[in-house]
Write a protein that binds this ligand. Structure first.
Ligand code: PLP
Length: 390
């Protein structure tokens, strides 16, 4: 068993070795290293062909056409382009966005920025289980609403929104629907066909691909969608996002997604079993509570133990990588706005941790984690005054 143990897969995943092996063929002098935009020689043609195949593979995996895929550097960039460009285009006529209070920071901060420059934003608060009330959504829509951005699977509590129903509501009112699917692509069944989604964002590094590559899907069947140029330059990616394509990253993303889709059912079943096993062995701890909906994503477990500070627990469990709130919010050392949104008190938020499982998680690791959670809690309770002195 590897030590330390990695149980923070929701923040990033390691590159699958099969993916790495493939990527290495697209970097050096004896591989395909050309610029896909160099159309006068074989080096460029080969690179262009590799990108084209990868684009087709990715499109097939999510159920769209390859000309609907725009490569970006990361989900955050895709989200920024999707929301800002759409709003920019319509600003003369309409000025309203609807999103939720439990979106990832890249959505929330983009919306806050747009508010500063004159747009209006409605932040829908979910119910206690984390789900957005669709009636509330319908009520929030008005004549000036242009865009709805509501995520698929939440990165902190794993709650799964009914995105196809949300999409249906949006399309019945001719509103553009953007989905942050960063926690679902490659891990949860997903097909854009009949989903009523216009814009979709995700990153490869959440499904065992490399960091630094993301996708923005743009529904080409929707005539009122227009994304203006976001990064000016050589005109790559349909002039929306210029810059030389990172061929090895794109290959990595495509390979990682193919593997993930291929092994999705097997992986998910394994993870669901490990999640149930973990929870069944800790659920009797005095004061423990489960945040969000247990039937959400099996990959994400958000729990807390009353009167046990998450900071102390993380220190005690130092050879197990877990997190509290999202990586970004813990960087700013703010308490979780997601847990606050589902009604937790400040105290309960500070007792909550996120454990996220993934492809390489083993039963031995979970057994050790169960042992360590019990041991750490007992230690904290028994020596609350001098726990820092080991
Ligand atoms: C990780 C994550 C993002 C941001 O992805 P980056 O690769 O860091 O840009 C956005 N949304 C969700 C739900 C995420 O989990």
């Amino acid at each position: 068993m590897k030590n330390p143990i990695y149980l923070d897969y929701a923040s990033t995943t390691p590159v699958d070795k099969r993916v790495l092996k493939k990527m290495m063929k697209y970097l050096s002098i004896d591989g395909v290293f050309g610029n896909p935009a160099s159309n006068l020689h074989i080096f460029g043609w080969d690179a262009e062909e590799a990108v084209s195949i990868a684009r087709k593979n990715i499109a097939k995996c999510i159920g769209c056409n390859s000309n609907e895929i725009i490569f970006t550097s990361t989900a955050s960039e895709s989200i920024n382009i999707a929301i800002k460009s759409t709003m920019n285009y319509f600003q003369k006529n309409k000025k309203h966005i609807i999103t939720s209070t439990i979106e990832h920071k890249s959505v929330i901060e983009t919306c806050i920025y747009l508010e500063k420059i004159g747009f209006r934003v409605t932040y829908l608060k979910p119910s206690k289980n984390g789900l957005i009330d669709l009636n509330k959504l319908k009520k929030a829509i008005n004549k000036t609403t242009i865009l709805v951005s509501i995520m698929h699977i939440n990165n902190e509590i794993g709650v799964i929104q009914n995105i196809s129903k949300i999409g249906k509501i949006c399309h019945s009112k001719n509103i553009i629907y953007h989905v942050d699917a960063t926690q679902s692509i490659g891990k949860y069944p997903f097909n854009l066909k009949n989903m009523h989604i216009d814009l979709l964002s995700f990153s490869a590094h959440k499904f065992y691909g490399p960091k630094g590559i993301g996708v923005l899907y743009i529904n080409k069947k929707k005539p009122n969608i227009f994304l203006e140029t976001f990064i000016h330059g050589g005109g790559q990616e349909q002039n929306i996002r210029s810059g030389t394509l990172a061929v090895h990253q794109i290959i990595g993303m495509s390979e990682a997604l193919l593997i993930s889709v291929n092994e999705m059912d097997k992986d998910r079943l394994k993870i669901q079993k490990l999640k149930n096993y973990l929870w069944n062995n800790i659920k009797n701890i005095k004061g423990i509570y489960y945040n969000g909906d247990y039937n959400g994503s099996p990959y994400i477990i958000n729990i807390g133990i009353k009167n046990i500070l998450n900071k102390l627990l993380v220190i005690e469990m130092k050879n197990i990588a877990i997190s509290f709130s999202s990586a970004c919010t813990s960087y700013y050392s703010q308490s979780s706005y997601v847990l606050k949104s589902i009604g937790l008190t400040e105290k309960l938020i500070q007792n909550s941790i996120r454990i996220s499982l993934g492809r390489f998680t083993t039963k031995r690791e979970i057994n050790y984690t169960i042992y360590k959670i019990h041991k750490s809690i007992n230690k904290i309770i028994n020596c609350k005054d001098n726990f820092f002195i080991n």
